[in-house]
Ligand binder design. Sequence first.
Ligand SMILES: [Zn+2]
Length: 372
Amino acid sequence: MTGNPLSRRDVVRGAVLLGVGAATGGLSLAGGTPALAAPDAGTLLAVEPPTIASCATWGARSPGSLSVITSNPDKILIHHTAGANSTTYTQAHAYAMARSIQNFHMDGNGWSDSGQHFTISRGGYVMEGRHNSLTRLRAGSGMVVGAHCPGQNDKSIGIENEGTYTSATPPAALYDRLVQFCAYICDQYGIAASRIYGHRDYVATACPGNVLYGMLPQLRADVADALAGGGGTPPPAFSTIVDNTTSGRFTASANWLTSSYSAERYGADYRYANPEAVSDVAWYRANIPAEGTYRVDAWYPGIAGYNTATPYIVAAKSGNQTVVVDQSTGGGAWRSLGTFTLTAGDRNVAGVSRWSGASGYVVADAIRITRV
Ligand SMILES: [Zn+2]
């Protein structure tokens, strides 16, 4: 964690890619009887935490004044100690290293305690760094303000990894433990695996070394896998169907007429209108419980002669997304419009527009929204 703390650079954040699926390949239900598939509850197992030695366990000194805050960290910062790449992988060596770092930070730097929240030895031993880090992590609530990266000490968990990784590669014992430990931190605090950064992302420093820094994309992917495989906390199941007859949930102008002509309809009937270059959307309203990723499916009776390019609109977080569907075929089943990030709230989520260049009636029948 050496380096000049005066210069910073912006973190490049990955662009959020919105999935706008093609209007094909949706779920197909035999028999035309709409039914909800049972949501996949996933596993309820939490991420397995590694053994973490507390300050008392490795023999820390009493700290000076520390600040524990109620806000949670929103990211993890990876450091290397810039010390020797020791080949002593014992617990005794790990604990001695933790004491050595604390002595250096308190006596050399004049800090009140170890600067980092946690330390991992090359043998794979995880240790608390600054006092109170472990109790807050176990609680998944609040944090002690660290001293490992200016500007980030009250919003990131700092992990010191024993060694120097400018050209050397961390031992598997260290890396594997780092994956497991980061997954545990992400699970406890609700931090996305994508929010694991290197010290140098925030401060002009070589830390955590070119090699370890270059491994961060892999680390993020491995942590994401650990979270998925370990279960994490699955999003609550949510699925709702809004039909054109659902009370208070469907609005369309009088230009949208009612028909029960096609047996492929959902429910008693459906609405249809002539295509025209006008803003006259038939809207489906839903109460989205929380921001998240949702799949939106459409059900319509497919009849040769119906519109071959019907614009469906999904009011996604990033703005209205249009998905064009050929309603002359593939009806009588749920067809996926794609997955979208939807914000929480009770509002018009999806609609059918009349603004189609193709001929034939556009149809508004039913919509299904499922959290994925
Ligand atoms: Zn560092």
